[in-house]
Ligand binder design. Structure first.
Ligand SMILES: Cc1ncc(COP(=O)(O)O)c(C=O)c1O
Length: 423
C-alpha cells in the first residue's frame, strides 16, 4: 500500500533545504521542474555556487607561488582534502582529486597494472557501472585474467557465493560498486573487502552512486581504494579517490618528471580544477550543515555528516516506498531490483522500471515535457542491461530520489505516468 502523505515525516526541513537550490525555480512548459535525474548528477546549493565563484574572484592562481592568491589556492586545496577526509573518515593525505571517477580509475588501473601480468587475476562484477569494469578489463592486454561475478536477475543483487567462488590465490584485486546506479542495489561491500583481503587481494570500491545516499567510512570498510564523484553529492563535476596511504606511496603513477613524488600530489596531474575543488568543501559543508540543523551541538564535521545521513536515509526510504508502491499499481509496470519494502535497507531510492510497450525513451521524453527529469537507457551499467536482455529495447526508465525531493513530486510523477500510459 502506498504510504499516505501524512505518514511521511522527516526532521529535515525540506522547504529550507529546497530554498538553497536555485535550479529548483526552473519551469518546463509551465510545470515546475522535478529533478529526478540525480543519479546522473545532483543539483547544487547556493553555497557551492558561491564557493566556486568566490575562488575565481579572490584566489584564482596556480599553486605553490610566492604570493597571496597562490597561498590561498594552496589553502583551498588543503581545505577540500580535509573536508573529504571527514566525508570518508580518513586522513587528508589519503585523498586524491581528479577529473571524475572514470579517469581516476583508469589512472589507478594503469598504476596497479604495471605490477601485474599472466597468472594474475582481477575480479569484477556485472552489476557495476562500466567505469569500474572497463579500466580493469583493459589489463587483459598485460595477460591478466578477468573474472566476472554474476548478479541474481530476480532482484538484481550481487551473487556473493559466485563472488567468493571467483576469488582465489591468484586474485590481485576485486573491484565492486557500493551501490548500483541503475537498479539501486546496495552491495555488502564490507564482505567484498573481507573476501578480497582473505585472498591477499586489493579491494577497490566505486562509491559514486552510494555517496549521496549513505555515510561512507573507509576505516570501517577497510577498503584499499574508494572513489566517488562530487557532482553526485551536490557538488561540482569532479572525482575524488581515497587510497590507503601505504598504497598511494608505494605504487608508481604515470606522471611528468617535474611533478613531485610526494603523496598524494604525485597522483594529481597538471593543474587541477581549483574552483571546483573549492566547491567540494562547500558540498561537504552543505551535508554537514543538514546535520547541524538536526544536532546543533555536533562537535565535529564528521559527526554532523553522520547525523545528516541518518535522516537522509530515513526520509529517502519513505519516498522510495511510496514511489515503488505507486509504480506497482500501474498496469504493465516491471520494477528491476529490490521491490519488497522489508528489504529496502539494501537499496538506494534509485528505481529502474519498464512499463508495458512504452519505451523508456518515450516515457522520459513525455515526462520531460511535463517537467519531470528522469533518465532512460543503461547509464553505462551495460553488463546489467545486456544480461537482463533489455539493452536492445532501450534499457530502463530511471527515477532517482534524493533528500531534496518531495512527497508531492512523487505523487505528481505517478499521476503523470498513469496519464502517459493510458493515453
Ligand atoms: C556507479 C557509478 N560509477 C561510476 C560512474 C562514473 O563517474 P564519473 O562520471 O565521475 O566518471 C558513475 C556515473 O554515473 C556511476 O553512477
Amino acid at each position: 500500500m502506498p504510504t499516505t502523505q501524512d505518514e511521511i515525516t522527516t526532521k529535515l526541513d525540506i522547504p529550507r533545504i529546497r530554498s538553497q537550490f536555485p535550479s529548483f525555480a526552473e519551469n518546463v512548459n509551465g510545470h515546475p521542474a522535478a529533478y529526478l535525474d540525480g543519479p546522473g548528477g545532483t543539483q547544487v546549493p547556493q553555497g557551492v555556487i558561491d564557493a566556486i565563484s568566490n575562488y575565481l574572484k579572490h584566489s584564482n592562481a596556480n599553486t605553490n607561488g610566492a604570493y597571496a592568491t597562490s597561498y590561498r589556492t594552496n589553502e583551498t586545496i588543503a581545505g577540500a582534502r580535509s573536508a573529504m577526509a571527514d566525508f570518508f573518515n580518513c586522513d587528508a593525505d589519503e585523498i586524491v582529486f581528479g577529473f571524475n571517477m572514470t579517469s581516476l580509475t583508469y589512472a589507478m588501473s594503469r598504476a596497479i597494472g604495471r605490477e601485474l601480468g599472466p597468472g594474475d587475476e582481477i575480479v569484477l562484477t556485472l552489476l557495476d557501472h562500466d567505469a569500474n569494469f572497463s579500466p580493469w578489463r583493459a589489463l587483459e592486454e598485460r595477460g591478466v585474467t578477468i573474472r566476472q561475478v554474476a548478479f541474481k536477475e530476480a532482484d538484481c543483487t550481487l551473487d556473493v557465493n559466485d563472488l567468493a567462488g571467483k576469488i582465489n590465490n591468484h586474485t590481485r584485486l576485486v573491484a565492486a560498486g557500493y551501490a548500483s546506479n541503475a537498479v539501486g542495489t546496495i552491495n555488502d561491500v564490507k564482505e567484498v573487502v573481507r573476501l578480497a583481503h582473505a585472498a591477499g587481494a586489493l579491494a577497490y570500491i566505486d562509491a559514486v552512486h552510494y555517496a549521496p545516499h549513505g555515510p561512507i567510512d573507509v576505516r570501517a570498510l577497510n577498503c584499499d581504494f574508494l572513489v566517488c564523484s562530487s557532482y553526485k553529492f551536490f557538488g561540482p563535476h569532479m572525482g575524488v579517490l581515497y587510497g590507503k596511504r601505504e598504497h598511494l606511496k608505494r605504487l608508481h603513477p604515470y606522471k611528468v618528471r617535474a611533478n613531485t613524488n610526494d603523496s598524494p600530489y604525485r597522483w594529481e596531474w597538471g593543474t587541477l580544477n581549483h574552483e571546483c575543488i573549492a566547491g567540494i568543501t562547500a558540498c561537504v559543508d552543505y551535508i554537514a550543515g543538514l546535520g547541524r540543523q538536526l544536532r546543533p551541538g555536533a562537535k565535529t564535521r564528521r559527526e554532523a555528516i553522520l547525523v545528516a545521513y541518518d535522516e537522509i536515509v530515513r526520509y529517502e526510504r519513505s519516498l522510495c516506498e511510496r514511489l515503488i508502491a505507486g509504480l506497482k499499481t500501474i498496469s504493465g509496470s516491471k520494477i528491476y531490483g529490490i521491490s519488497d519494502p522489508s528489504r529496502f535497507e539494501h537499496r538506494c531510492p534509485t528505481i529502474a522500471v519498464r512499463i508495458g510497450r512504452h519505451s523508456p525513451l518515450e516515457l522520459a521524453t513525455k515526462l520531460g515535457e511535463r517537467g519531470f527529469f528522469t533518465w532512460d537507457g543503461n547509464y553505462y551499467a551495460l553488463n546489467l542491461t545486456e544480461q537482463l536482455d533489455i539493452e536492445k529495447d532501450g534499457g530502463f526508465l530511471r527515477i532517482g530520489l534524493f533528500h531534496y525531493n518531495t512527497v508531492d513530486e512523487v505523487d505528481r510523477l505517478l499521476a503523470a505516468l498513469r496519464e502517459i500510459v493510458v493515453a
